[in-house]
Design a protein around this ligand. Sequence first.
Ligand code: FES
Length: 108
Amino acid sequence: MAKLSFHHTDGAVDVLEVDTGTSVMRAAVTNGVRGIVGECGGQAMCATCHVYVRPGYLDDLPGIGDDEEEMLDCTADPRDADRSRLGCQLKLGSGLDELEVDIPGSQV
Ligand code: FES
């Protein structure tokens, strides 16, 4: 299990315990976390799962693939050069046993 926290723009926080291998997007959609859409189902083709990873976790993240890199230029809210990631490309576990992300104000 891994701990995943979603910070909303209004200050609310959703904290989930999720199975290893679950993506940030899938965890959000499955548990009704508002602000994450996941329109393409996790194929890195929509950018509606955009999140800003909190600074303390940046060193633990996997690298950014070509598809993710391309879609991060299509986010509704501005891309942050260091913190923006696609939630569908971040899977919990394998060194990422805890993660906190900020949800952008808009996804579409
Ligand atoms: S769910 Fe579409 S890019 Fe992540």
